[in-house]
Design a protein around this ligand. Structure first.
Ligand code: MN
Length: 329
């Protein structure tokens, strides 16, 4: 997915280091979603919870879009022309529909519900994403992971994994990254991370052991889900501060509730995020943009996609400066 949001063009992110006090009661900040149009020939809209003014990273998770359910016949579905990425990994996770992925590593993959597709664009990669003609409803999430300094120029990579669902206490859990409910994903990450789909039966309650050092984000797709004293509605993300060892989720609705639980150790590096790039400085971004516009080998190319390449937006006039998460209370 390509980020065309004007508001985030000069957005930079950084986590601040603060005191960490163990507690048994989770502290939750509600991150509301905003409506953002996707680029490309089709005008699909997404609901974005990361990054935003009050929260830029959760662990190394630096971008979270939820979209759908879209009736593809009326919205046209997804068609994102070839565009670059740098310094990050993309996670595509679908609830419904099918997306055809092509990248400059030479990967041509069909992305289906319940299947993790993790693309690593370290030094540089490009890809295109198009919903297939078989798709009638498109519904899922697009997530990005910032790479740590020592790995941010790593080579291109693509990993595919289909987690086996496990059922516990009225919930079905699919762990696509990291460990939860005694399931560990075999997919390699560059920082400690958690990514899982948790679907709760109507009125179900589940308590999960979580890593005390992790911060978490619970993204609600459907249903109303209570975490501690906070009720989260669809498209909202609940940010859960580090320092807890269990997390209890309550489905307060009469239908199933589907959520995505993200987690990770707080990402302590300052990063600069602009368009589809994650760097460490304004100069990193300028160079990556120039390399993309010059059709440099840095990002490679895709010959089979008929729709051409996305042009990079104009850079802001000012030097892009760091902006951090709020200090921990
Ligand atoms: Mn993309």
């Amino acid at each position: 997915m390509s980020n065309v949001e004007a508001e985030s063009l000069a957005l930079t992110c950084g986590a601040l280091v603060g005191e960490r006090q163990p507690t048994s009661v989770p502290r939750i900040d509600v991150l509301s979603a905003r409506d953002v149009p996707l680029g490309g020939p089709r005008a699909m809209r997404v609901r974005r919870t990361l990054p935003q003014r009050s929260r830029t990273l959760i662990g190394a998770w630096c971008f979270a879009d939820r979209y759908g359910p879209h009736d593809v016949l009326s919205t046209g579905g997804m068609d994102v022309p070839t565009h670059p990425h740098m310094g990050l990994q993309t996670v595509t996770w679908l609830f419904e529909g099918e997306i055809e992925h092509r990248d400059s590593l030479g990967i041509h993959a069909l992305i289906r519900p319940g299947e993790l597709n993790l693309m690593t664009g370290g030094y540089g990669i490009c890809h295109s994403e198009v919903s297939t003609s078989r798709t009638t409803v498109l519904h899922g999430v697009q997530l990005w992971v910032a790479l740590p300094e020592e790995h941010r120029n790593t080579g291109r990579d693509f990993q595919h994994h289909v987690p086996e669902p496990v059922s516990i206490d009225g919930a079905e859990i699919r762990v696509f990254l990291g460990s939860l409910a005694e399931v560990t994903s075999p997919v390699r990450t560059f920082t400690p991370l958690l990514g899982a789909q948790i679907t709760l039966e109507p009125r179900a309650t589940i308590t999960l052991a979580v890593d005390t050092g992790f911060e978490h984000g619970l993204l609600v797709d459907s249903g109303d889900v209570r975490v501690a004293d906070t009720l989260l509605s669809p498209a909202e993300m609940g940010y859960v501060h580090p320092g807890i060892d269990t997390l209890t989720l309550v489905n307060e609705s009469d239908g199933p509730a589907r959520t995505i639980l993200l987690g990770g150790t707080p990402f302590e590096e300052e990063i600069v995020m602009w368009w589809n790039f994650v760097g460490r400085s304004h100069e990193d971004i300028v160079r990556a943009r120039e390399d993309w516009e010059a059709t440099s080998e840095r990002f490679g190319g895709i010959e089979e996609y008929p729709g051409g390449r996305l042009a990079a937006p104009a850079l802001p006039n000012a030097v892009i400066r760091p902006r951090g998460n709020p200090p921990r209370r």
